[in-house]
Write a protein that binds this ligand. Structure first.
Ligand code: TYD
Ligand code: MG
Length: 467
């Protein structure tokens, strides 16, 4: 007989409690604990001896390994992020906000693979077959031999897929809608999602099919509920973008078979997602030339250099505590750059609101953006437009010195390709054709920008400003 086991499980992090409480002690979220029946429907005979373990053979490390053959989908930006294509028997989790384009991306991937003669199956738990067809029609993919179904029972799905020769790619849209007979709690709960994912992962390993699970994302950017699933899968990809922009960025958060810092860039159009092979051009296409407060950052995303505009606005505040708002960059790094500007360069910012934005909806994680952010901030404060043909990169240390960053040569090469003739960067950046203006310290950069401005950033020394 199955034992009835009521437990209280946090729907955010999966922590288990004996009784209900308002706040989860593990992840500090409120109202996330729900009662679930986590009993596993396995007969447990009281008093029966536990099963004796089966003996299995251990294998040497150097044995003949059937190497992980990769299967490229044919969508280059997608394959770049997975590390060159799907590995046999691997499971990917694709997370992203609702409406960002996960279903669109995956039907395009499935169709591209089907066109190469591989068997691809698309299982939708959210939309009817007719809806999926309608989207495929809009994308002009109806001729691709993708097999469709609207199903939510994991047992039925595994049985159906096991009937014939295993497919090469199975898409499950989404894991939150799946349910298994193995556990009794409702679909969408942590227990169900975890058990369903486990069954599908077992299927993938056994059959050699690559499985992509779609996962919804909560407001704070976590894959909803099943953060537990992130640990079970081979790769976690996240599909990001600002609602108002048409750019979409696919990022590998975790990847057992490839790099984790690669990004793929797409554009959402009326005819689906289009690959962007040279994203720098796209991110710089709407540049506001000649206005103060913008600096071009020569960044690296994964193995690819990427130029992007950093915009800053420094405006007198009317609040007791000035605002510091940042979109697309790290709030803590902004605070650090502001502190260094105050402490070492005499730039007084306590009376100003500071806004920083990375153009195009891109999210930058590199500390190399420090110098570009500082340049944009000082440029806005001093009302001094930066030279249109200069780009910036370099890490700022707490002492106010500029530190060299990795892959300077690649950054310079990309900037040159896009018509930049000057780079403001730490010393020793390499001997490229691009004239490098080495900066040793932040204060020399501030002085340089201020000399061309109409307002002095060092308001405490030259009251009244202007020269
Ligand atoms: P969808 O793939 O359904 O998002 P998700 O599965 O992540 O929830 O994409 C929905 C959005 O994409 C919707 O707002 C409409 C837009 N879209 C286009 O702009 N062009 C297209 O060709 C398609 C299919 C969708
Ligand atoms: Mg969808």
């Amino acid at each position: 007989m199955a034992r009835r086991e009521q437990s209280f499980i946090c729907q955010n992090c999966g922590a288990v409690y004996g009784r209900w409480q308002g706040k989860c002690d593990a992840c500090n979220e409120w109202n996330t604990i729900a009662e679930e029946n986590s009993a596993v429907a396995r007969p447990q005979m009281p008093g029966r001896a536990p099963r004796k373990g089966r003996v299995f053979a251990l294998e040497p490390l150097a044995g003949a390994s059937h190497d992980a053959p990769r299967l490229a989908s044919g969508i280059a930006e997608f394959d770049r992020v997975t590390g060159g294509g799907f590995v046999r028997g691997s499971v990917l989790l694709l997370g992203g906000d609702p409406g960002i384009g996960k279903s669109t991306l995956l039907i395009q991937v499935a169709a591209a693979l089907a066109r190469t003669g591989q068997r691809a199956v698309y299982i939708s738990g959210e939309e009817a077959v007719a809806q999926v067809r309608l989207r495929a029609e809009r994308l002009g993919l109806t001729s691709a031999q993708v097999e469709l179904a609207a199903e939510t029972s994991v047992e039925d799905i595994v049985a159906t897929l096991g009937e014939r020769e295993a497919p090469r790619l199975v898409i499950i849209d989404s894991i939150q809608t799946m349910w298994t007979d193995m556990v009794e709690s409702a679909p969408g709960t942590v227990t169900q999602v975890r058990a369903s994912a486990q069954t599908l992962i077992r299927f993938a390993k056994r059959s050699g099919a690559a499985v992509i699970l779609v996962g919804h994302v909560t407001k704070d950017g976590q894959i909803a509920g099943p953060r537990v699933v992130e640990h079970m899968v081979d790769a976690v990809l996240s599909f990001e973008g600002e609602g108002s922009h048409q750019f979409r960025i696919l990022r590998a958060v975790k990847n057992r078979f490839g790099p984790t810092d690669e990004i793929g860039v797409f554009e959402m159009t009326g005819g689906g997602l289009h690959e962007i092979a040279n994203p720098s051009e796209l991110f710089l296409s709407e540049r506001d030339l000649g206005s103060p407060g913008t600096a071009v950052f020569a960044g690296i995303e994964g193995s690819r250099p990427l130029l992007v505009e950093i915009q800053a606005l420094v405006a007198p505040t009317s609040l007791g505590t000035p605002r510091r708002a940042v979109v697309g960059w790290d709030q803590n790094r902004l605070s650090m750059v502001l502190a260094v500007l105050e402490a070492h360069c005499g730039v007084r910012l306590s009376g100003y609101d500071v806004y920083l934005n990375v153009a195009g909806g891109l999210r930058i994680q590199e500390p190399a953006a420090d110098l570009a952010a500082a340049a944009a901030l000082v440029s806005s404060l001093a009302n001094a437009p930066l030279p249109a043909d200069a780009d910036y990169f370099g890490e700022i240390s707490l002492s106010g010195a500029i530190r060299p960053v990795a892959q300077a040569a690649a950054r310079l090469k990309e900037a040159q390709k896009l018509g930049f003739t000057r780079a403001v960067a730490p010393e020793g950046g390499g001997e490229q054709g691009l004239a490098l203006q080495p900066v040793a310290s932040l204060s020399s950069l501030v002085a340089d920008i201020a000399a061309r401005g109409t307002r002095s950033p060092r308001t405490e020394r030259r009251a009244g400003g202007g020269e």
